[in-house]
Design a protein around this ligand. Structure first.
Ligand SMILES: Nc1ncnc2c1ncn2[C@@H]1O[C@H](COP(=O)(O)OP(=O)(O)O)[C@@H](O)[C@H]1O
Ligand SMILES: [Mg+2]
Length: 483
């Protein structure tokens, strides 16, 4: 997604002459291209951003992300990230700077991290500073819209009132049923999982079957758990479901975030999480639109009570308190008809078993590692742009990759494609002996663009190296992670 430069305020004047000022031209919020436009902020949770511009310096740069609140950048909530991996753009005479973002609750839209209730940030400013503190600092403030931004891009701009979005939820959910739309969402495999999810959690909520549901006295499912190995697409699916239902009625929070927000006042804050749905139910009753709360990394807060490994008894009390509170809420849920809670975890066994009983998180969907078909689809999704631009060398076959990637998760496959692509890019910029002149005019830029495009090919050998790199990283991390 392309973003506009919002402002280019000078930084520390005086030092600026020593070195050309850093320029920021654009920012991409997602490392893969499966996330549609306008959801940049959604994917900065634990993902990465790419910044295009000039004069970052070879060794990287420090980047400050500043959420905008009420129209002003809120420096207090800013987050500093060390960015490495400066590369020449293969397409323009500029540099690309890659930043891996920490999984940090401060970056989430709508976070009231400092205790105050703030509106969701709709814009983030990205400020790049040279890495060694002595050099000039020039700020390029780039804003990009988050999912929560007001107005939208016309798709559903007007429907802010309850009735309208209620209709939209149903329609959108119906559209999700269509298998062709499913792959369009950028999710490979997981067809059976999605069908289960739909049948158990959404099917009874369709307007179409409402009379049957009522006559049969059916109750809607209140809670669903997605569980499975890391990287199998749980967060991805939750994010896509949230997108389809409309961001106004969906809140995505994660366990560690709730934990840090709720220490000291967990009960009030957990109630705050349900407040929108409660209020809509009070006002609209059964006409209320569907609200969804997604709790990612749920095991971080709702682990088995009394068995927490933490020695800190205060922390243990908070974990236990949050779990108890959630159970009480679900059992007494007066909003059961308009609220669905989706919990995500890599470790079903770590959750308090009481949460999984009927009437609570009654539906548990396991996300498996992708089989051959799944891998084929996932690789197809993550190489789509490469294929469309004829950037794949003729010796690359998706089937060959499918054969070679048994036991890879979706995240591993996506990482393999990124790694392979980076090897191919390295060939392009290493081949160009001199970097394009920094003040290149449009013609030169266009020529460099065409040249780089012509040279850029991802080969079978790149994919082999990519797989090796991903496997090495997997092995390294499995030595330190408990699962
Ligand atoms: N089934 C899938 N289809 C397409 N991409 C996937 C799939 N599973 C994982 N990925 C890729 O891996 C990334 C990480 O997956 P994620 O949903 O965060 O895994 P989990 O939450 O299960 O640990 C996704 O953003 C996506 O790029
Ligand atoms: Mg996840």
């Amino acid at each position: 997604a392309a973003m506009a430069v919002a402002d280019d305020a000078p930084g520390h004047a005086g030092v600026a002459e020593l070195q050309p000022p850093i320029e920021v031209e654009s920012v991409w919020g997602c490392s893969d291209d499966t996330t549609p436009r306008g959801t940049t902020a959604g994917c900065i949770e634990g993902d990465s951003i790419t910044i295009r511009g000039r004069y970052f310096g070879r060794s990287g740069a420090r980047v400050l992300l500043v959420p905008e609140r009420n129209g002003f950048p809120s420096a207090l909530a800013s987050e500093s990230v060390e960015c490495h991996g400066t590369r020449h753009s293969t397409l323009l005479p500029t540099l690309l700077l890659y930043c891996v973002l920490p999984a940090n609750p401060k970056l989430s839209p709508g976070n009231d991290w400092d205790g105050a209730t703030l509106p969701p940030a709709s814009t983030y400013h990205v400020r790049v500073a040279a890495r060694n503190g002595l050099t000039a600092v020039r700020r390029g403030a780039v804003s990009f819209a988050s999912e929560a931004s007001e107005g939208g891009d016309g798709a559903d701009g007007a429907s802010k009132d309850g009735a309208g979005s209620g209709k939209r939820s149903t329609d959108a959910a119906l559209r999700l049923l269509d298998p062709s739309r499913w792959s369009e969402l950028g999710i490979g495999g997981l067809g059976p999982q999605f069908k289960d999810l739909f049948r158990r959690a959404f099917g009874t909520r369709l307007g179409l079957v409402a009379p049957v549901v009522e006559k049969a006295g059916m109750r809607h499912v209140k809670g669903v758990i997605f569980h499975g190995l890391p990287g199998t697409g749980k967060t991805l699916v939750a994010r896509k479901v949230a997108e389809a239902l409309g961001s106004k009625n969906v809140r995505v929070v994660n366990g560690p975030e709730i934990m840090s927000k709720f220490v000291g006042d967990s009960e009030r804050n957990l109630r705050e999480l349900f407040a929108d749905a409660d209020e809509a139910w009070e006002k609209l009753g059964p006409k209320s639109p569907l609200y969804v709360i997604v709790i990612d990394e749920m095991d971080a807060i709702m682990r088995s009570r009394g068995t927490s490994r933490s020695d800190d008894s205060a922390a243990r009390a908070v974990y236990d308190g949050v779990t108890t509170q959630m159970l009480a809420y679900m059992d007494g849920m007066k909003t059961g008809d308009n609220l669905l809670i989706i919990g995500l975890t890599n470790r079903l066994d770590a959750l308090d078993p009481a949460l999984l009983r009927p009437g609570r998180f009654e539906v548990q969907i396991r996300f498996p590692l992708p089989d051959r078909d799944g891998r084929r689809q996932i690789l197809g999704i993550h190489t789509r742009r490469l294929q469309e631009n004829a950037f794949l060398a003729p010796d690359v076959t998706i089937d060959g990759l499918v054969d070679a990637t048994a036991a890879f998760s979706g995240a591993d496959l996506a990482a393999t494609v990124r790694s392979a692509t980076s090897y191919a890019m390295a060939r392009v910029y290493e081949a160009s002996s001199a970097a394009p002149p920094p003040e290149a005019g449009a013609d030169v830029a266009a020529a460099a663009d065409a040249d780089a495009t012509a040279k850029f090919r991802v080969t079978q050998a790149d994919f082999r190296r990519g797989m090796r790199e991903v496997l090495a990283a997997k092995t390294a991390s499995s030595n330190t992670e408990p699962y």
